[in-house]
Design a protein. Structure first.
Length: 411
């Protein structure tokens, strides 16, 4: 980001820093699959990376590039590659940067599908050590000479554990290990992983950045901090670029080009429009979440509330130090004997569904849905009670939300 303007000003005006097409304030949606040159020599130079330009939509598109630039600014990064979904962005790490025999240290408190991805990767010959990343000592103890990256989320969904981000960043810097942070739950407005030494940052654009539940997307941002000469898996072909570009050059070719999970231009357009109001939405949904979590924690009919904004949260001090606000996600358990399905059905505003970071408040009974497939044993290990309800708080008027969650308890 520039030091001259604030977060939202910078994002709102980012498209105008490059050529404006026909005076269009929004970056136009370029649907062309291929990009032509009147001089065939120019086409060859674009293919050879000797001059910038687009060639085929799977590897790059002007509408998607404009969004990539926006996200790079949000994360104060060096470069960004967008993908069709957040999972495709995480998968790109595996496809583009890991080899058989490599080792990954990952937080055990993970988005369910990332947890499933690590199982797939393990079956393909990469070892993944799952540790309690709220404690840097556990991360350090799991490192081996084959460890290629450490992967954590900022605030874990649904129990809101917060990784020991600063100390893990220091550890990775000392050891020359790539530190990858999934910033989806905080968003680049509340937290920049670059500030704790992350080399790569993941964002699911489907969540708070797009923010309206109308487009899927994912992004991988290189912060420019990691020294790619220390990464053993860079193929010689990509070492012809300046060193800072090695990682992204390889990911763009080996992941995006070879596996093809490209973000479509229409989705990029939706996400870019959503991004303009991301900071406003994060402030409103975070203050709504704090008010709701405080109300529920004070209610004797609630067994537990998990939210980093509460003083009872184990990493409350760390969250206060690192994040601009505590974000929109919390979860809570009802007292035994209360049926979580009955409670959810009594809510009039909050909607029973998956997804996060929507403008509307969304609720889901975790153990019976998103964490069903992993089984009771793994759920118990992850602290997922049968009555646990996850709430992704929206931007509704605060009083209306408080009244809705209260009337559902009273009923
Ligand atoms: C949703 C989510 C993802 C995956 O994003 P999709 O766009 O749904 O593929 C990854 N990480 C976290 C933390 C998420 O919440």
């Amino acid at each position: 980001m520039t030091d001259k303007y604030g977060f939202t000003t910078t994002i709102l005006h980012s498209d105008r820093q490059k050529t404006i097409e026909h005076g269009s304030l929004h970056k136009p949606v370029h649907t062309s699959v291929t990009f032509a040159y009147s001089d065939a020599r120019q086409l060859a130079e674009v293919f050879q990376g000797k001059q910038p330009g687009y060639r085929y939509g799977r590897q790059g598109n002007p509408t998607v590039s404009a969004l990539e630039d926006q996200i790079t600014k949000m994360e104060d990064g060096y470069a960004t590659i967008c993908f069709a979904t957040g999972m495709a962005a995480i998968g790109a790490l595996v496809q583009g940067l890991l080899r058989e025999g490599d080792h990954v240290v990952s937080s055990a408190f993970l988005f369910g599908n990332t947890n499933s991805l690590w199982q797939t990767v393990t079956a393909q010959g990469t070892q993944v050590a799952m540790v309690d990343a709220t404690d840097v000592a556990q991360v350090e103890a799991a490192l081996t000479p084959a460890t290629r990256l450490v992967f954590v989320e900022t605030i874990a969904n649904p129990r809101t554990q917060i990784a020991d981000l600063k100390r893990i960043g220091e550890l990775c810097r000392e050891r020359g290990i790539l530190f990858v942070v999934d910033n989806t739950m905080t968003s680049p407005y509340l937290f920049r992983p670059k500030s704790v030494g992350a080399g790569l940052v993941i964002n699911s654009l489907t969540k708070s950045i797009g923010g309206h539940g109308d487009a899927l997307g994912g992004a991988l941002t290189d912060t420019g901090l990691y020294d790619w000469s220390r990464f053993p898996n860079i193929i010689d072909t990509y070492k012809r670029f300046p060193q800072v570009q090695w990682g992204m050059a390889q990911v763009r070719a080996k992941s995006l080009r070879d596996f093809g999970a490209a973000l479509g231009p229409e989705a990029a357009h939706h996400i870019a429009i959503g991004a303009e109001t991301m900071a406003l939405r994060m402030e409103r949904s975070s203050s709504n979440a704090l008010a709701l979590a405080q109300m529920l924690e004070a209610d004797p009919r609630i067994a537990a509330v998990y939210y980093p904004g509460l003083k009872s949260h184990p990493q409350h001090a760390l969250a206060t130090e690192l994040f601009r606000a505590y974000s929109y996600l919390f979860s809570f358990e009802l007292k035994p004997g209360t049926d979580c399905f009955d409670y959810l059905n009594r809510l009039k505003l909050a909607i029973s569904t998956s997804n996060l970071g929507d403008t509307r408040t969304l609720v889901i009974p975790v153990a019976h849905t998103i964490f069903y497939e992993m089984g009771a044993e793994r759920r118990a290990a992850m602290g997922i009670a049968d009555s646990l309800i996850r709430v992704s708080v929206g931007i509704e008027d605060t009083a209306d939300l408080l009244a809705d969650f209260k009337q559902a308890l009273d009923a």
